[in-house]
Design a protein around this ligand. Structure first.
Ligand SMILES: Nc1nc2c(ncn2[C@@H]2O[C@H](COP(=O)(O)OP(=O)(O)O)[C@@H](O)[C@H]2O)c(=O)[nH]1
Ligand SMILES: [Mg+2]
Length: 309
């Protein structure tokens, strides 16, 4: 199937075409620029919700419930489960896929686990591109599940319209979330596995940490038992409230502009890296000799490469 055909069919919402375009995005191949050019004018209606937290916190279970909740309101849904730690495995998230199977026959739910195969900009560039494919294909809510450890992961979550941070009851979970840098990016906290002991302590702990912040939006704290579907309505309401707040105050537009700026810069950096890798090979070898022999310092060598490009 040629790219134009794929794009046309993806715009009509056809699953197979959507899946294949996301693969194009993951691969970061030569068609990427064209795909983005064709799709971009069809995007802008999807609202993205990041779900992040430690492995096993219940992100997938919550996402599955949220999908059902959002479907009840008639939303069309995309789900991206990001697993940057295993770049070559589609299989790592098999468990997730099995769990998400309750939506498998719903044509208005598209679920996909993602890894960066060859994408130069890494997962932090591939993810917004995949979101655009879903957006252009008519999905108006996109959930992005990612493990909240590591810089790339936090970056991805930070690039969503609303960010939900999942923690579990138990001494120190809130502290761990804070250490991972999740305190700053959380718009909503959910203490999942509230069927376990210590839920109230964790809520209290989160609340006292949040008191230190003087940001205008005070993140809501919700409790849930994802496996029983408890707390899902409250969580969804909290997300919608955050969305409403941002839209009302003009914050969503500002957040998206910041994100666009960051994305453009990442694309430039990625393309420079590609050029340096491709074009500087020969001259690099010579320069290494010069630098090793102390005839040139590394900064001067870098300047020569820049001039030669
Ligand atoms: N007791 C309890 N277990 C849960 C709850 N939510 C999820 N789990 C279980 O926790 C495990 C990890 O859940 P999963 O959704 O895969 O977490 P993820 O790694 O964050 O995506 C699974 O065995 C779930 O069945 C909950 O509210 N209570
Ligand atoms: Mg998961």
């Amino acid at each position: 199937m040629d790219i134009d055909g794929l794009i046309r069919r993806a715009l009509e919402g056809e699953r197979l075409a959507i899946a294949r375009l996301i693969s194009v995005v993951e691969g970061g191949g030569p068609d990427l620029g064209r795909v983005m050019r064709e799709l971009y004018s069809h995007t802008g209606s999807a609202y993205t919700i990041g779900i992040t937290g430690a492995p096993g916190a219940g992100k997938s279970s919550l996402t599955e419930r949220l999908v059902a909740r959002a479907r009840a309101d008639g939303h069309k849904i995309g789900v991206l489960a990001i697993d940057p730690s295993s770049p070559f495995s589609g299989g790592a998230l098999l468990g997730d896929r099995v769990r998400m199977q309750s939506h498998a026959t719903d044509p208005d739910v598209f679920i996909r686990s993602m890894a960066t195969r060859g994408h130069l900009g890494g997962i932090s560039l591939a993810t917004p591109e995949a979101v655009r494919v879903l957006d252009a294909s008519g999905k108006d809510i996109v959930f992005i599940e990612t493990v909240g450890v590591g810089q790339a992961e936090v970056e991805i979550t930070d690039a969503c319209d609303s960010t939900v941070v999942v923690v579990n009851p138990g001494w120190g979970d809130a502290v761990q979330a804070a250490k991972a840098g999740l305190m700053e990016i959380a718009d909503i906290f959910v203490v999942n596995k509230a069927d376990r002991q210590g839920t109230r302590d964790t809520v209290r702990e989160l609340r006292s940490m949040l008191e230190l912040s003087n940001a205008p939006w005070k993140p809501e704290i919700v409790t849930s038992v994802a496996i029983k579907g408890e707390g899902i309505d409250e969580l969804w309401t909290a997300v919608e409230k955050h969305r409403g707040y941002q839209e009302e105050k003009g914050l969503l537009a500002r957040r998206r502009r910041r994100r666009i700026a960051r994305e453009i810069k990442s694309i430039v950096v990625a393309s420079y890296r590609q050029r340096v890798d491709a074009e500087a090979v020969d001259v690099l070898e010579e320069l290494v000799e010069e630098v090793a022999a102390r005839r040139l310092d590394p900064y001067a060598a870098a300047a020569r490469i820049r001039e030669s490009m």
